[in-house]
Design a protein around this ligand. Structure first.
Ligand code: UGA
Length: 443
């Protein structure tokens, strides 16, 4: 093991994390072999196509395919000559909020079988988000069982959480601010340190995989807490009037112990990570007999936050029945087509119930939205068509395309120029001097 040199890297699971990591390592000069159980993911990857929208990924995939440093297969045996493999499979939520480990277990079983045929030392790393204890108590025993080999002798294990942000993931992978490593032994930790040092950023080696697993949950829960905190203060500020929540965030953000990041009040957090991870750590705590009061509150605030948009809308236009409302932005944040847990879903569902006629526009997420939004709404092919003749407009996602709009554009094209801006993308003084402009936390 002392002499182990990483030449070939295996990636298990061509979802979001796996795809980015595979292309990222290949760009850094490693030969990367990927496996996925879905024929379609494999085919697309080998043809240079990406099954989701992520800036720069497709171009970089093209580069690494051309240099023959990236290949994908359904067959796990292609991992046989890899020195290290990263398990990047999904850990979806069960109905209870706990995470489902079925893909972790099946991938560990398949990796275990290949591990059994390897004649060299191998490092198996979990990159999927898993609750504390999973790498040591679930993955390790499965690897030992199906390989017939012993951890610490023939292979080792580690956990390195991923901190990629959708929409900027390629950049996050290639220029990380930090990498956290929890390994079964010091030599494995050092090996991973050398690998990740090539990407830059700070490296933190922690005492074991479960600490690394907890860091991932702590990270996302803390950021989600900052958002729910500022959203709660925004809601309180609205009851008083005259307070600008952006200035409040700026004021506390100047305190270096707090920092101004992730203090943008709005219609709530969504996506595939924050809601899922906060629920998972909550259930994890509850299953161990601990009632996580603070974590419950983060979720409670976020559950109600999208509906504040409707409350403000009612204050602005009264009865909603039969009103024509324009929705700008559907994805949970800009630069992604991801609609998972997007605040737009909850807002639209409620508006449909209230008998509103809805026109929605998003630059990339309409196809995904159609899969998740149940009620009947009209999808517009352009921003202009969306707002034309509307009684009010709700801004739910802060796409750049929306930022460029002027008050005159809304005045000229809407029936009533009333904007409820859930992401505070315009100059409050300018917009509120020209039209009826409402935001969360500024009144
Ligand atoms: C998040 C974390 O930021 C990543 O570090 C982490 O790796 C990732 O989850 C993950 O676990 O995989 P992501 O879900 O892509 O990344 O999106 P963020 O940019 O963090 O935004 C999450 C949500 O919070 C969005 O709905 C966004 O609109 C909202 N948000 C963010 C706010 O409402 N206010 C803010 O100040 C910041």
């Amino acid at each position: 093991m002392n002499n182990i040199k990483i030449g070939k890297i295996g990636i298990i699971g061509l979802g979001y994390v796996g795809f980015i990591s595979a292309v990222g390592f290949a760009l850094k000069g490693y030969k990367v072999k990927c496996v996925d159980i879905l024929e379609n993911n494999v085919k697309m990857a080998n043809n240079g196509e990406v099954p989701f929208f992520e800036p720069n990924l497709r171009e970089n995939l093209g580069k690494v395919l051309e240099s023959k440093r990236f290949s994908a297969s359904k067959d796990y045996t292609i991992l046989k000559d890899t020195d290290i493999s990263f398990i990047c499979v999904g850990t979806p939520s069960l109905k209870t909020g706990e995470i489902d480990l079925k893909y972790i277990k099946s991938s560990a079983e398949n990796l275990g079988k290949v591990l059994g045929t390897m004649d060299h030392f191998h490092v198996a790393v979990v990159k999927s988000t898993v609750v504390p204890g999973t790498t040591e108590e679930v993955v390790l025993p499965i690897l030992e069982k199906f390989s017939g080999k012993k951890c610490g002798v023939d292979f080792s294990i580690a956990m390195t959480p991923e901190f990629l942000k959708e929409g900027d993931a390629m950049n996050d992978f290639l220029n990380p601010d930090r990498t956290v490593i929890g390994a079964s032994d010091q030599r494995t930790a050092n090996l991973l340190k050398n690998l990740f040092m090539q990407l830059g950023g700070k490296i933190l080696i922690v005492r074991n995989p479960r600490t690394a697993e907890m860091i991932k949950y702590a990270n996302n829960t803390f950021l989600a807490m900052k958002i729910s905190f500022i959203n709660e203060l925004a809601n309180i500020s609205r009851t008083i009037g005259g307070i600008d929540i952006n200035e409040v965030a700026q004021g506390i953000g100047l305190d270096q112990r707090i920092s101004g990041k992730f203090l943008k009040a709005g219609c709530g957090f969504g996506g595939s990570c924050f809601p899922k991870d906060v629920k998972a750590i909550k259930e994890f705590a509850k299953n161990r007999g601990y009632n996580p009061i603070l974590i419950n509150a983060i979720l409670d605030v976020n559950e109600k936050q999208p509906l504040i948009m409707i409350k403000i809308l009612k204050e602005a236009i009264g009865n909603l029945k039969g009103k024509k409302i324009a929705i700008l932005g559907l994805s949970f944040k800009p630069n992604t087509s991801d609609m998972r847990e997007a605040p737009s879903i909850k807002i639209i569902d409620q508006l449909v119930k209230e008998g509103v006629i809805l026109n929605a526009y998003d630059p990339v997420a309409i196809d995904e939205a159609k899969k998740l939004i149940k009620g009947t709404i009209n999808y517009s092919n352009s921003l202009l068509n969306c707002i034309k003749g509307a009684d009010a407009c709700l801004i739910i996602t802060e796409w750049d395309e929306f930022r460029e709009l002027t008050p005159d554009f809304f005045i000229k094209n809407m029936k009533e120029p009333i904007i409820i801006d859930g992401r505070k993308i315009y100059d409050f003084n300018l917009f509120s001097s020209k039209l009826k402009y409402y935001t969360i936390g500024q009144k």
